[in-house]
Design a protein around this ligand. Sequence first.
Ligand code: NAD
Length: 478
Amino acid sequence: MTVQVNESMIRNVVAQVLAEVGPAPAVSGGQQTLSHGVFDCANEAIAAARTAFEQLSQRTIDDRKRIIEHIRRISIDQAVELGTMEMEETKIGRLDHKINKLETLGKLTPGIEFMTSQAFTGNRGLAIVEHAPFGVIGAITPVTHSLPTITGNAVSMIASGNTLVVNPHPSGKRVAAEGVRRFNRAIYQDLGIDNLICVIAEPTLESADVIFNHRDIALICVTGGPAVARAALNAGKRAIVAGPGNPPVVVDETADLDNAARCIIQGASYDNNLLCIGEKEIFVVDSVCDGLMQAMEAAGAVRLNSQQIDQLTSKAIQPVGEGEHRHDAATKEFLGQDPAVLAAGAGLTLNQPTDLLFGETSADHPFVTVEQMMPFVPVVRCRDVDQAIDYAREAEHGFRHTAMIHSNNVRNMTKMGRILDTTIFVKNGPCMAGLGLGGEGYLSFSIAGPTGEGVTTAMTFTRERHCALVDDLYVLGK
Ligand code: NAD
C-alpha cells in the first residue's frame, strides 16, 4: 500500500510530537531556543521577530489566516483566565470588561479580509497597486488594555504580513508575556514558526528606545498618552501614533434624554472609564440639564453633590511634574477604580451597586480638563448648543480623538462634527458605537488620531507597491 505524504500531514505529525514533548528548554550561546516570543533583551527580540518575518514571507495568505485564527481562538477561549490575570496585575478597570475586551478583539478585529489591491487598466496595459508588509513593527502598549491591545495589533499586523516586537506597559507586562507565549506556542505547534509576536519581559524606557532606534524596526506603532506619543514622533522613523483623548459629550434640547443617559452610562462606565474613547465630560443645554440628570439617576447612576465632588477631586486629581511640565493628573488610588471606591473618596456610602457616578461642575473643573479615566463624569450646564460645542472643543484639547452628541438636529450634529474635527464622532450612541460595537464600522484598540491613520486595520501597516505590465492584459480595448 502506498501512503501519500503531503506537507500538511508532516506538519500535523511534527505538531503532535512537539505537543507531547513540550517546548525545548531555552539555551544560551546562539543555539536554537523556543522562547515563544518572550525576551529579556530587546535586540534579541528584534532579531527573532526578523527571522520570523522572513519565515512568514515564505508562507501563503491561508497560513496567515490560520495564524490569526489561533490568536482569535486563544483570546476568546481563554478570555476568563487571561482577563482575570490582567485585572489582578494591573488592578484597574472591571473584571467583566477585561474578559469582554479579549473576547471582542478576538472575534471582531478585522483580519486579512481587509487587505485589498487596486488595478488600473488602459491602452498602455495594466498596473496593480498591492500592499506589502513593512517587516518588523515596534509596538508600545498601554496599561489600560495590555493584552487586548497586543491581540488587536497582532491580528492587524500579521494579517498584512508583518511581525511585531512589543514593549508593554511595565504594570501589564506579565499578562502581556503570558498571552504572547500562548499565541506563539499555538502558532508554532501548528505551523512551525515561533516569535511572530515578541514581547519584552522587563520593559523599560531604555528597551523602548532600543526598539525605536533599531535599524530592523521598519515602523513604530504606539498606543498611549502624551509622553509616548511625543517620543514616537521624535523617533526619526515612520510612527503610527494612537494618542490620548478626552472625549466630550454634547446633549442638546432635541435629544432623547433617556437614550442619552443610557448611552453615557454604558460608555463612561465601561472598564471604569479606561477606554480612550470613553465619555469623559458632558455639556448639556440648560433647558434639558435637569432632565438629563434625572434620566441618569433613573437609569441607575448616582449623583454627587458639590461638596462630595470637591472631596473626591482633592484626592483623585493632583498636580504632577515639575516646572513647565507641572500639570494635573488622575491619582493611582482612584484611576480606573470602582464607583464604590470613588464614592468612599467623596464621603458617600453607596446603598446599592452602581456603574457610574456623576455631578454638576463648571467647565474648567479638573474632572473636565484632565483625562481622568474614572467612573465619575462631570455634567456642565451650558447656555445653548453653541456654548456646549465650544466647551467640548476646549475640553478635547485638539487631540482630534473622539466626541459624542445626543441630538435630533442635524445642523447641530454637523456644526459639532466640523468644529471638533475628531477621528471618531458618534451621534446618539455610546462611544463604542464608533468602533462598530452597537453601530456600523469596525474595531481596533489603536486609534491613530495624531498621525491620521484612524481606526487601524491590516491595511494601516502596509507599504504600497506598484506593478506595471506595459501594453498587455488590457482585454477590454484595442
Ligand atoms: P502611558 O502613556 O502612561 O503609557 C503608554 C505606554 O507608553 C506604556 O507602555 C509606557 O511604558 C510607554 N511610555 C510612556 N512614556 C514613554 C516614553 N517617553 N518613551 C517610550 N515609551 C513610553 O499611558 P497608559 O496609562 O498606559 O494608557 C492610557 C493612555 O493611553 C491614555 O492617554 C489613553 O487615551 C491612551 N490610549 C489611546 C488609545 C488610542 O487608540 N488612541 C488606546 C488606548 C489608550
